[in-house]
Ligand binder design. Structure first.
Ligand SMILES: [Zn+2]
Length: 208
């Protein structure tokens, strides 16, 4: 099941700065709203060639659904209006320069309801060990992708091996809030270790 478009945009926006007029900006590794969504589902093509097709393959309803721009009333497909909202004034699309979270909020009001339910199945638990590294941020995308749509609880774990409990709580709290905003079940957990005690442990693992 493909992740909801609104969730994918939010997720990709957490990992990258915003790009204007292109799916992906090589110099800054920035993404537009659509680029962020493709990044989140692992379908962002660094060369622009396949990105249009990847978008419509993942979320076909965005080309078949016609709506009005929430800002100026201009009519168009959801897809053309995402571009119109993302890009700044003065570009060819003549847009409103919205940030990607705001676009995601608008998309969430339009997208088809998720009809699949996980039923009474026991929650699967994913342990996500986090720190402030780039690798950890990238792994967060994968974890959220696994857990989105319910059925999985993510335990955001930070091992405090420097005796800084307050910093550790802030970090796990921040990451947990980000996941909850994406409709992922998440809770923070801080463990305290002696110096170097956590070295060599896997960054995250999936458990039953
Ligand atoms: Zn408009």
């Amino acid at each position: 099941m493909t992740m909801k478009l609104s969730e994918a945009i939010r997720l990709g926006a957490m990992a990258t700065p915003k790009a204007d007029g292109v799916f992906f900006d090589r110099r800054t590794e920035a993404t537009c709203a659509q680029g962020a969504a493709l990044l989140a589902i692992g379908k962002l093509d660094r060369k622009p060639r396949h990105n249009h097709a990847n978008m419509t393959a993942a979320w076909p309803w965005i080309v078949t659904t016609r709506v009005s721009c929430p800002s100026c009333g201009k009519r168009g497909s959801v897809r053309s209006l995402i571009i119109h909202l993302n890009d700044e004034f003065g570009t060819a699309a003549g847009g409103h320069g919205w940030n990607r979270n705001r676009i995601a909020g608008w998309v969430a009001t339009l997208e088809p309801m998720d009809t699949k339910r996980t039923g009474g199945r026991r929650l699967r638990r994913v342990l996500f060990a986090t720190d402030r590294s780039a690798a950890s941020r990238a792994a967060l995308l994968a974890v959220a992708g696994l857990a989105v749509g319910g059925g999985t609880e993510v335990v955001v774990l930070h091992v405090d091996d420097r005796g800084r409990p307050r910093e550790s709580e802030e970090l796990t709290g921040e990451v947990t809030c980000g996941l909850i905003a994406l409709a992922v079940h998440a809770r923070p957990e801080v463990r305290h270790a002696s110096r170097g005690g956590a070295a060599g442990q896997p960054r995250w693992r999936v458990g039953g």
